[in-house]
Design a protein around this ligand. Structure first.
Ligand code: ZN
Ligand code: ZN
Length: 160
C-alpha cells in the first residue's frame, strides 16, 4: 500500500513538472514541417448562388428561401387585411352611430319622445344640404356655401 502511495506521489510530480514545462515545438520531430500547404483552400463565394438561384448544382436551401419569402408575403397580406378590417369596422361604427343618431333625431325632431330629462336631440339639427345630424350649423364648406343666401354670395367676396 505504501509503495502504491509513493508511486502515485511520483506520478503526480511528473505530471506537475510536465504541466509547468513550456511547450517547445522544435523538440517534437516533424511538428514544424507542414505536411500540407498552409494556404487555406479557396472557398467559393456563395452569395451569387443566393442572388441568381440558378446555374449551380449546389442550390441548397432554395425551398427554405422560397418558404421564407412566401411567409413574409403572407404576413404582409395578413397585416393589410387586418388594417382593412379595422378600417371597415371603424366605417361601420360611424355608419351605425349616424343611423342611430338619425333615428333618435327623427324620434324627437317634432317633440321629445325619448323620455330623457334633457333630450340629447334638443340642440341637434339636420343639415338641409348633406342631411347629417349636427349639433349646430353644419360646418362643411359645401353646406355653408349652399346655406348662404343667394344675394350674400353674390355681393360678398367668397370666404377664404
Ligand atoms: Zn328626446
Ligand atoms: Zn351639411
Amino acid at each position: 500500500m505504501e509503495g502504491l502511495v509513493a508511486q502515485l506521489e511520483e506520478a503526480k510530480n511528473i505530471i506537475a513538472e510536465l504541466q509547468v514545462a513550456p511547450f517547445d515545438a522544435s523538440k517534437v520531430p516533424g511538428i514544424l514541417t507542414p505536411k500540407r500547404p498552409l494556404k487555406p483552400k479557396p472557398t467559393r463565394d456563395k452569395t451569387r448562388i443566393d442572388e441568381s438561384e440558378g446555374g449551380s448544382i449546389t442550390m441548397r436551401g432554395l425551398d427554405e428561401k422560397k418558404q421564407a419569402a412566401l411567409a413574409i408575403k403572407d404576413a404582409e397580406a395578413k397585416a393589410i387585411q387586418g388594417r382593412k378590417a379595422v378600417t371597415a369596422a371603424k366605417k361601420a361604427a360611424v355608419c351605425e352611430e349616424r343611423a342611430a343618431l338619425q333615428v333618435a333625431f327623427e324620434l324627437c325632431s317634432e317633440s321629445c319622445r325619448c323620455g330623457a330629462e334633457i333630450c340629447p336631440m334638443a340642440k341637434k339639427q339636420c343639415c338641409p344640404h348633406c342631411k347629417e345630424i349636427k349639433s349646430g350649423d353644419c360646418r362643411k364648406q359645401a353646406c355653408r356655401t349652399a346655406a348662404a343666401p343667394l344675394m350674400l354670395t353674390l355681393n360678398e367676396p367668397p370666404a377664404v
